[in-house]
Design a binder for this molecule. Structure first.
Ligand code: PHE
Length: 523
């Protein structure tokens, strides 16, 4: 890097390709490849001696290196750039293996046995077995037999003892001649000893010599200045001016690497954050409220009849503690009037007798509408856009698509002139921002909204129901003193998560399957 101009990202990437022949290796004047420091040093040393053929020792001492891998690597790099020619010589050497070292010192097994036979008074198998260990006697006799020694009535005999002695001497000489190169060694002996375990081994050495090419000679000295290579970009580096002239160490993006598993949000939490961000961006404020509630707020306020099946014990978690939470008399009276005969709304109500005790029952909220309705009761005259993403509870049998505890995305818009069109547009906008542009609504029924609708989203070619919505009925708004229209919706978060994460079983979200969790996309 000859100039001091700041590097752009592209330039940094280019200068990383140093190992790739001809790919992005040049910058500045187009002729000079960007070399690694060892390559620079080696080429510089070679340029000083022109046509010389360098061997490893020569390079190591001239470059003042101890590690031959550095020299071999640099030579390889320079060769890739066409600046140097590498000649490889592969040499095979025969050398003694551990058993061979022992044989060279103590004599080959056949040598020792034959010496014993020649000097023994009684060269019989029986005596041999007392003079040699079992593991030597057995194989030793085999060796001798192949050399022409026979067992005759228990005694060792050879027809041509001189030949046996000579053959053994030849073997001993071979062992003594090692190490030597494969080419120089006696090929018959080599084959013989290769077939015996642990006596010899053949080792390959690759030696290299390097000569510089004309192109190598022509690289200008200024390109051979060694620079400190930066392997890690640190804050210090960026704060100092050094980064401008620094050399950045090459890294190979195609290498396999381990995936770092750092802490991260649970996909469900990440999804909640995304939903939040979208509503906040759309001008809503968030409502966070308790999940211990009264049946009064959870149901009566929403004009759900007191004998509605959804109120049954098998659908709703009623609490033992608190079993009842007291409610103001006037509120209960207002709800009672509405339920019994429609209050001042012109509605006929549900009829029957309204029960305060039923109203005061403690329960775990079955929907987050219980919170938005209380928000409205507290702020009946202020236009608002409020949302919540929170947990609700229903006595559901757990299966692929149901959990007793799940989340709803709830929201209301109270505003003069708010209408159905606005409700549909708001929901469509939300889902479009979530990445689901195809949304449709269908007529539905909820006791507390009129009109009521169901929201469906197209996913993998199918329409999936994700929630309910509507405009609060006068039976809901009037007892609370609300005069402006209120648009309201409640949508399943887990259902949405199934789409976003491509799940076919909702339980996957909560089983803490680490492998699965690690592989989830960042939402
Ligand atoms: N509370 C409804 C449910 O739990 C959804 C809903 C909310 C419908 C608001 C209309 C208005 O499914």
């Amino acid at each position: 890097m000859s100039d001091a101009a700041p590097l752009t990202n592209d330039e940094i990437c280019l200068s990383r390709g140093t190992d790739l022949k001809g790919v992005g290796c040049t910058r500045g004047d187009m002729e000079a490849p960007v070399l690694l420091n060892p390559e620079r040093r080696m080429l510089k040393v070679m340029q000083a001696k022109g046509n010389h053929t360098w061997d490893l020792d020569g390079i190591l001492s001239a470059c003042e290196w101890k590690d031959q891998a550095v020299a071999v690597g640099a030579g390889h790099g320079l060769t890739n750039h066409g600046l140097v020619t590498t000649t490889e010589h592969v040499r095979q050497t025969v050398k003694l293996a551990p058993e061979g070292v022992k044989a060279a010192a103590e004599g080959l097994l056949e040598h020792r046995l034959w010496a014993w036979i020649e000097s023994a008074d009684d060269a019989s198998m029986a005596v041999l077995q007392t003079s040699f260990e079992r593991h030597e006697a057995g194989p030793g006799v085999g060796l001798l037999k192949r050399l022409g020694v026979q067992l005759n009535q228990g005694k060792f005999e050879a027809e041509h003892p001189d030949q046996v002695t000579a053959a053994i001497a030849q073997r001993t000489a071979f062992i003594a001649s090692l190490p030597c190169s494969v080419e120089e060694s006696d090929s018959d002996m080599l084959e013989l000893f290769k077939s015996r375990r642990g006596l010899i081994e053949v080792i390959e050495h690759t030696t290299r010599t390097w000569t510089m090419t004309e192109q190598g000679q022509s690289v200008e000295g200024k390109h051979l200045e060694e620079k400190v290579a930066v392997a890690e970009i640190t804050a210090e580096l960026l704060q100092s001016e050094d980064w401008k002239n620094a050399e950045y160490r090459a890294f190979d993006v195609t290498l396999e690497s381990s995936t770092p598993h750092t802490g991260r949000s649970h996909p469900m939490q990440a999804l909640i954050e995304r939903v939040r961000a979208i509503f906040l961006e759309m001008g809503f404020s968030e409502l966070v409220d308790d999940y211990v509630q009264t049946a009064g707020w959870n149901m009566d306020a929403l004009f759900i009849p007191q004998d509605h099946p959804a109120r049954e014990m098998q659908d709703t978690f009623y609490l033992e503690n608190p079993a009842a939470i007291s409610l103001p008399d006037d509120l209960v009276k207002a709800w009672g009037d509405i339920h019994e005969h429609g209050g001042q709304t012109g509605s006929v109500g549900w009829g029957g007798a309204f029960s305060k005790a039923t109203s005061e029952k403690g329960l775990l909220r079955t929907h987050t509408t219980v919170n938005t309705i209380q928000y409205l009761a507290k702020h009946p005259n202020e236009a608002c856009r409020v949302f919540s993403v929170d947990r609700v509870f229903r006595k559901e049998a757990i299966d692929r698509t149901h959990l007793p505890e799940f989340h709803q995305i709830e929201g209301i818009i109270m505003e003069e002139g708010a209408n159905l069109q606005m409700l549909v547009t708001t929901l469509k906008t939300f889902y479009a921002k979530m990445g689901y542009p195809e949304v449709r609504v269908r007529p539905a029924y909820f006791p507390y909204t009129e009109p009521s609708l169901e929201i469906e989203v197209k996913w993998r070619g199918k329409w999936l129901e994700l929630g309910g919505a509507g405009i609060f009925r006068p039976e809901v708004t009037e007892p609370l003193g609300i005069a402006t229209p209120v648009l309201a919706w409640g949508m399943g978060l887990e259902r949405l998560a199934m789409l976003v994460l491509g799940l076919d079983d909702i339980r996957q979200l909560y089983i803490s399957d680490l492998e699965w969790l690690r592989n989830q996309p960042i939402l």
